[in-house]
Write a protein that binds this ligand. Structure first.
Ligand SMILES: Nc1ncnc2c1ncn2[C@@H]1O[C@H](COP(=O)(O)OP(=O)(O)OP(=O)(O)O)[C@@H](O)[C@H]1O
Ligand SMILES: [Mg+2]
Length: 499
């Protein structure tokens, strides 16, 4: 498209009189290519052309073979809402001309005066007026569209002027606040809802309005108020400034949302979380207490077994020894049989003493209380080595002393892990690493066996690892187990200092 063609106005001339048509062509002056004229002689042909292509203006004769008068104007308007229209009327048709303007024509020209008319100027005015009208219609449509959005919004949308008075109030605001628009327009926004107590009455609303008018956008507050019907509500309000074309603040818009239910849910959730936390704390305290009771019981049993049974058996052994010593060297054969039986009884008593010592240690190793965790760990590893036949190395680093309960937990964890190695690992070497650092106590048991499966924890009937996790969590500790098939298993338990 050439620049001239781009700028050219397309005019549709609907005129059956060849003389008038020729005159119009002449008046429009086609030499400068600013107009492109399409000429038809009937209304039906004109309407067809309008349907086919865009025209910037229509020049319309009111006396056509297939239509006359106002109907022609209406027919064109029905076809095109925006295209400016200049009608050609007879001298005596002034009333008709005015009716045509009302029906949507932009101008009229009297045919008899055509030679003296500045047709181009009239057309220019018509185009300008039509352009303005189209703009106004678009602006009106946009405003209607925006008004529909505002009206249908479930949020309250309120506009407020620079004095803090309400200037508009949508249906959402009516629902949230309980006031109709007619009741509040013109009243101060800050005084619509009562605060739950009289004390800082409306201070928040006033501050909200003031801050926004002072230039702050997006001011957000949550207001706890009592609605007109006495129902307490929590309303979240966000504001934005309204400015004029020079950017001056003329008022503000407040978008209000009823968040009563959501806040109620939040409060309920907080209450339940609090309850859960409390229960967790109670469970933790209970676990600690149960451990204490169990360990105290074991210690008591261990001592009873070791001391009381041990002493009785030692007494028994001494008696047996006494009998053996009293038997003469040249005793008769029956006495030799007694000596043999007494010797066997003495051997049994030794076995019993060793069993009692083992049971006493298993119940509660005295090293744990007397010599501390590191010694107890070394002893336990040695006993495990003897029992299982699997060489077991122990490394201890650091010299921090864990609290008694933590030491007991770590010791019991070691027992469970070593039992697991014996039962499941098929290992040929075990390493126990105890680090008593200033930040944390760490126990690591490593074997070179089949490797623990990733989903081992919590399998039906398997409670060992779960128990370890539970025990350690009481002291804010952590458990990590890693298995590599065919290479081995590493379990690391860490309890922070000061837990
Ligand atoms: N060192 C290990 N090497 C290989 N597999 C292991 C090792 N330790 C544990 N497992 C696997 O992890 C599973 C879970 O261990 P866990 O201690 O929780 O239960 P358990 O030993 O089977 O039963 P219990 O409740 O008596 O302890 C075991 O059944 C075993 O399959
Ligand atoms: Mg186990």
């Amino acid at each position: 498209m050439t620049p001239a063609a781009a700028a050219a106005r397309r005019i549709l001339l609907i005129e059956d009189n060849p003389g008038d048509a020729a005159l119009i062509v002449e008046l429009l002056g086609f030499d400068d290519r600013s107009f492109v004229l399409v000429h038809v002689e009937r209304l039906s042909a004109g309407l067809a052309r309008l349907r086919e292509a865009h025209f910037d203006a229509v020049i319309l004769d009111l006396r056509l073979p297939d239509a006359t008068g106002l109907d022609t104007v209406r027919a064109i308007r029905a076809e095109t809402e925006d295209t400016p229209m200049v009608v050609l009327t007879g001298l005596a048709d002034e009333a008709l001309a005015l009716a045509c303007l009302e029906a949507g024509a932009q101008d009229y020209l009297e045919k008899d005066h055509l030679p003296r008319t500045d047709l181009r100027r009239s057309l220019g005015y018509a185009l300008a007026r039509s352009h303005e009208a189209a703009q106004r219609r678009r602006a009106d449509a946009l405003q209607r569209h925006l008004a529909t959005i505002v009206e249908s919004s479930p949020d309250g949308i309120v506009s407020i002027n620079a004095q803090g008075d309400v200037t508009s109030w949508n249906r959402g605001a009516e629902r949230i606040f309980g006031f109709a628009a007619t009741e509040v327009v013109g009243r101060p926004f800050g005084e619509l809802l009562s605060p739950p107590t009289d004390a800082p009455a409306h201070a928040e609303e006033l501050a909200l309005v003031e801050r926004t008018l002072a230039g702050e956008d997006g001011v957000t507050v949550e207001l706890s108020r009592v609605r007109r019907d006495g129902v307490p509500v929590v309303i979240s309000v966000v504001t934005c400034r309204i400015t004029d074309e020079r950017g001056q603040t003329t008022g503000l818009a407040a978008i209000c949302r009823d968040v009563t239910e959501a806040r109620g849910r939040d409060a309920e959730l907080r209450r339940r979380n609090h309850e859960l936390e409390q229960r967790e704390q109670q469970m933790r305290a209970l676990t600690i207490r149960l451990n204490q009771v169990r360990e105290e019981e074991r210690t008591r049993l261990s001592r009873a077994v070791h001391d009381e049974l041990g002493q009785l058996l030692t007494g028994l052994k001494m008696d047996l020894r006494w009998i053996t010593r009293r038997l003469p060297d040249d005793a008769p054969p029956w006495a030799n049989a007694i000596a043999q039986r007494v010797g066997e009884a003495e051997g049994l008593t030794d076995k019993l003493l060793r069993a009692i010592q083992r049971i006493a240690i298993e119940l509660r190793p005295s090293a744990l209380d007397a010599l501390g965790l590191a010694s107890a760990v070394r002893d336990e590893a040695r006993r495990f080595e003897e029992r299982s036949g699997i060489p077991t190395d122990v490394e201890v680093s650091g010299a921090e002393v864990p609290p008694a309960e933590v030491a007991t937990v770590l010791f019991r964890v070691l027992q469970e892990l070593l039992t697991n190695v014996a039962r499941h690992a098929q290992a040929s070497l075990v390493t126990v690493d105890l680090a008593l650092g200033p930040d944390a106590f760490r126990l690591q048991v490593q074997d070179d066996g089949v490797g623990i499966p990733a989903d081992a924890e919590g399998r039906p009937g398997s409670l060992g690892l779960l128990g370890i996790r539970e025990q350690v969590s009481v002291y804010a500790g952590s458990v990590e187990f890693r298995g590599v098939p065919g290479t081995g298993t590493t379990v690391t338990v860490r309890v922070p200092q000061g837990s």
